[in-house]
Ligand binder design. Sequence first.
Ligand SMILES: [Zn+2]
Ligand SMILES: [Zn+2]
Length: 241
Amino acid sequence: MMIEIKSTDIFHVHTYRCGHAEEVGDEEYGIKAIELGATGIWFTDHAPFPGDPFRGRMKYEGLDGYINGLLHLKEKYKNKVDVHIGLEIEYFPSYDRDGYYRELKSKKALEFMALGQHMAEVGNDEYSFSWGKEELEEKECLVLCDAIVEGMKTGFFDVCVHPDRSFRRKKLWDETCSKIAERIWKTAAEGSITLEQNESSKRHKNHYRKEFWKFHDCYSEVEIVRGLDAHFLKELKPIIT
Ligand SMILES: [Zn+2]
Ligand SMILES: [Zn+2]
């Protein structure tokens, strides 16, 4: 599904619930967005998984509170800024088989899901973050991209954030990287999925890959959005600047 993000919107904002963002209320982000003259603000906090097996994300029992809190904000500021309610989440096939993404999709107030593949499920209850340095350097981009492609094909996701971060362990961009990147672009084009150029990635070595974004010339139908990945109030600024 195509989501329409305006160039004057603020896209990709986290909240205190994930545990590694500023301890301020959602309303302060809303107020700051209005002060900045933004037309919309798109919240994408890190989604939980049932049982809370991973760090760096909201607790499963806090999910409805997150959605309801933002619904309240949306109503309160409806004449000033459009508040959009979303989640940033990885695609893990076992959770798909258990119906978790379907469960999330069934939440009416949740407007969109952003695929943010920070790690991949690589075996039975095994994730790529358990790998050693060598294994990561050799295979991380491959398993992350496999998960991104598989995830995008499910139709659950509207946007894929920082797809090029998958190549962060690749010091040199080679032919293999290009082949993997093209699979992402092709799948995004087929599924009308927006790809995000992540401002935070630009501040980390090898996280933002201009070689990846060159494929836009061949897949110009794919929408690109610039996202902030804001974890602090001071990181808020309209996309257009
Ligand atoms: Zn984060
Ligand atoms: Zn993020």
